[in-house]
Design a protein around this ligand. Sequence first.
Ligand SMILES: Nc1ncnc2c1ncn2[C@@H]1O[C@H](COP(=O)(O)OP(=O)(O)OP(=O)(O)O)[C@@H](O)[C@H]1O
Length: 603
Amino acid sequence: MSTSPHSWRQYLGVFRYSRRAIELVWQTSRALTFILAIATLVAGLLPAAAAWVGQLIVDGVVAAIEADAGIPERLLWLVALEGGIIAGIAGGQRAIQTVQSLLRAQLGQRVNVMILEKAQTLQLADFEDSEFYDKLTRARREASSRPLSLVNRTFGLIQNGLSLASFAGLLFAFSPWAVAILVLAGLPQFFSEAKFSGDAFRLFRWRSPDTRQQMYLETVLAREDSAKEVKLFQLGPLLLQRYRDIFERLYREDRSLTLRRDLWGFGLGLIATLAFYATYAWIVMSTVAGAITLGQMTMYLAVFRQGQSAVSASLTAISGMYEDNLYLSNLYEYLEQPVSTGTGEATTGAIPNDGLRFEGVSFRYPGSEQFALESIDLHLAPGQTLALVGANGSGKTTLIKLLAGLYTPSAGCIRLDGTDLRDWDSTTLRQRIGIIFQDFMRYQLPVGENIGAGDVTHFQDEARWQQAARQGLADAFIEEIPGGYHAQLGRWFKDGRELSGGQWQKIAVARAFMREEADVLVLDEPTAAMDAAAEAEIFAHFRELTRDRMAILISHRFSTVRMADEIAVIDGGRIIERGSHDSLLAREGQYAHLFQLQAAGYQ
Ligand SMILES: Nc1ncnc2c1ncn2[C@@H]1O[C@H](COP(=O)(O)OP(=O)(O)OP(=O)(O)O)[C@@H](O)[C@H]1O
């Protein structure tokens, strides 16, 4: 094994997150960390003391036999002391276990809260970045066990290290050479364990895309929301085979690493055992030769036995540490992901009542070559309704995402009342804009709260739920559900019920109507699953209720779209036509063409 500085660092890399794990525990509970440290110290140092008192007892016994003058009182005190020390060790170990149990819950909660708090500060783009999303899911998965495990192992190592050092201290009196032999014999095994742990760490990190695939397949194969399609399309065997193939490939790598690691571990362990027993023989011979007393021999033998188990406990701890490191490296990468916090502070616009303006807005999704939107210019005054029309993928939803501030334009700017969205205080802005997307959330919460989600300040306001439900045409069916507004939705919880696609959409529209104070309201096709009559009625309502506000709606149904004051036709990320329904029909362009196609469908 080479000893260049680089590889030293590589070997010691197994401890790279120990400091951070201990910091984490320290911040979680100083008192418990302190007790843990003291208990570790006690459990680490007392075994050597026990061996030493054991030596005094044996020598005392030998001396008493030789003197033949009864049982000296000192000997009994020594036995009592030995008993006390053993009780101390047991107490230390028990304290370590108790503290660990208490810390487990607290630390798990703390790490989970850290992960979830961080998630609140992230941009939508972060969630869409597969690497990053993977870090988040992995960070959450083992949040309650890994940090503590690393702390336990680190403290375990310290405890065993202290025991070994104190044993070495005792052995030093016999011969410094014996200490040197034991240390040197143990080092190769220590480094080999550290090296292979480091290798495993790198291997596992590098293969994370594969494990992600595996996890995804597991999810698809075993979740209620995918079960329907997997069964119908008989995808099960095919996906399962893929799952098996990934496992086989990963297993081959694992096997090779495990075999190498264990062979080296065994070989180097043998050297250590040989050295141990050679020293053992040396001690036995020295006792027979009279160089050391019988008591000293008893002590050294105890030191040997316990030393061996301390060494093997340390090696086990090290080999387990790579997994903990893997977890913590992932956790800290996630927690340290830079976030761009909004710097805007404006709570009122520079030109009140100017409405909404898109000025030369272009946008490209992160990692994408193509522009999803290009040179968009729009103006929407208070009281106006704008409909966006365009083929799938033309950029309608993207425009709304920019308006929502979920992404920032690559060029140009969006102004609300004359002030760039970036300069608005983010809370104020969110209150002024209410949006329901086509893939709105179906919360596994009671019906009422599903509606109340539209305005957190009235999340549980029953009167407002009912009013919004009436406006979203959801009241009729809600009243028929047993439990009404308090009925649990979704299948995760007991007695939860499922709604039809159209019913869910009515709930979503009602959610939009909760936002009474918002001056821009957007419905991005949340009505596609409703029948045409219901959609038309909802939009008529929508228009009525947004008379002095700005409203944007996206729909593929022209019967709805024609109600808007202004219609913008988007194609390939650009606005190609705009105007009222009548003026666009008169133009006989794309809009007129699409309108006639759909009208023909109804004849
Ligand atoms: N998160 C994303 N990352 C990268 N590209 C995206 C993302 N979302 C959408 N796109 C791409 O941007 C383009 C515009 O998509 P957008 O969702 O705005 O279309 P749309 O007009 O709303 O379509 P639809 O009528 O199907 O809802 C499409 O080419 C799409 O592939």
